[in-house]
Design a protein around this ligand. Structure first.
Ligand SMILES: C[S@@+](CC[C@H](N)C(=O)[O-])C[C@H]1O[C@@H](n2cnc3c(N)ncnc32)[C@H](O)[C@@H]1O
Length: 189
């Protein structure tokens, strides 16, 4: 059984979830290695905030901006009330000085303006083709020079993420490499 709960955290980390033979904590350690000691991290689709909370504690000089609408107009990985996930985010990240929650969908994000650039962007929101392509293009626009994009659920032959990545890679030059479980990394060539 794949372990997603992490001691001391409310809810689950879904990073790498669904990929056989690897648990979330192993995936988190691999992702942590890719985050520089200082900079800015964007998580698209924060869910319970376990992933960002766990990483933010280990990278106190990195600002973690988490985006999730916590609304029923986006697909959810479970039937729980979105409000419960927002409460979990507060329990996991609310007291961290380097974590910020922006409650909106990604297509509403740019209305806020002044987001700046990010050194690491984790794309893990709506996995359908059109929204995941929107998130990927937004991430490319928000990526700092030499930044990296992490994609969850880029599973061959399944879902919209693979479709979106293939379309972007057909017109732009990116290196795509596996990280751990269902997490992959894109870096501009
Ligand atoms: C698979 S979960 C994210 C898991 C989380 N990254 C983790 O590591 O545990 C997907 C999340 O994306 C959010 N989501 C769906 N559509 C979104 C959108 N358009 N903009 C931002 N977040 C979205 C959902 O509310 C849900 O919490």
């Amino acid at each position: 059984m794949i372990e997603q709960t992490i001691d001391g955290y409310a809810g689950r980390s879904l990073l790498g979830y669904g990929h056989e033979g690897i648990d979330s904590i192993t995936v988190l350690h691999k992702v942590l290695e890719l985050i520089p000691p200082r900079g800015r991290f964007l998580e698209i689709g924060s869910y319970d905030g376990v992933t960002s909370g766990w990483l933010a504690r280990r990278r106190p000089n990195v600002t973690f901006v988490c985006v999730d609408p916590y609304r029923n107009d986006v697909p959810y990985p479970d039937r729980q009330d979105p409000h419960d996930h927002a409460v979990n985010w507060m329990k996991n990240c609310g007291k961290l000085p380097n974590a910020i929650l922006v409650v909106c969908r990604t297509d509403e994000l740019m209305q806020l303006g002044g987001l700046g650039w990010f050194d690491v962007i984790l794309v893990d929101g709506d996995h359908r083709h059109k929204p995941s392509k929107f998130d990927l293009k937004l991430s490319i626009d928000l990526l700092a020079d030499d930044g990296i994009i992490l994609l969850d659920d880029l599973i061959k032959g399944k879902g919209g993420v693979e479709h979106s990545v293939n379309e972007v890679m057909a017109t732009e030059r990116w290196n795509l490499t596996p990280v751990a479980g269902s997490v992959s990394m894109m870096k501009k060539i």
